[in-house]
Design a protein around this ligand. Structure first.
Ligand code: 4BW
Length: 148
């Protein structure tokens, strides 16, 4: 990659890369797993952010985690899902970014996660940065540098 293309990416801010909160599907931490599974099936995503009633980021819930909870000894027992709240099984170890972090900060965190959350000073949820957005930029830079 040419120096200029590299520097252009390094200067890009998370704010310019993120999917804003109003376009991100999410569930509330107090919702039952049954509701979270419906949201995941309807949106088609494998995992979505979990927010508290103050719109602060708390974790991520995935189809895999929910199905693990539904699995009884020999079969799926889907009725269990209405009695378990999302916050009891969600994944809390999710890295976060701030809007003024850079493309490179996001790139490093997205190596191990399909998306990372963007939060404000008080933990309020601002949006997500996805692998897709990062790869789109890498691909664009690659082609621009090739055509120079
Ligand atoms: O509904 C979809 N629309 C589009 N345009 N692409 C989709 C959709 N569902 C899946 N995809 C594609 C994306 O390329 O499959 C990839 C993996 O999806 P995932 O993880 O396993 O559901 C998508 O890659 P991505 O855009 O880099 O997104 C990475 C992960 O970020 C997704 C999902 O868990 C989360 N995510 C992305 N956009 C979201 C979202 N979560 C909630 N709301 C959104 N708008």
């Amino acid at each position: 990659m040419l120096q200029m293309e590299r520097e252009k990416n390094e200067m890009l801010l998370v704010e310019e890369l993120m999917v804003p909160s109003e376009k991100v599907a999410h569930v509330q931490s107090g919702n039952p797993l049954e509701h979270a599974l419906l949201v995941l099936i309807k949106t088609g995503y494998s995992a979505v952010p979990v927010l508290n009633p103050h719109f602060q980021f708390e974790g991520v819930i995935s189809k895999t985690k929910i199905l693990e909870e539904a699995l009884g000894l020999e079969q799926f027992e889907m009725e269990r899902l209405s009695d378990i709240a999302v916050h009891t099984v969600m994944d809390r170890e999710i890295p976060c970014l701030k809007k003024d972090h850079t493309f490179i900060d996001a790139l490093h965190k997205l190596i191990d996660h399909p998306f990372v959350c963007v939060t404000g000073e008080n933990g309020e949820f601002d949006g997500i940065v996805t692998r897709r957005e990062i790869l789109k930029n890498v691909s664009k830079s690659y082609h621009e540098s090739k055509n120079k």
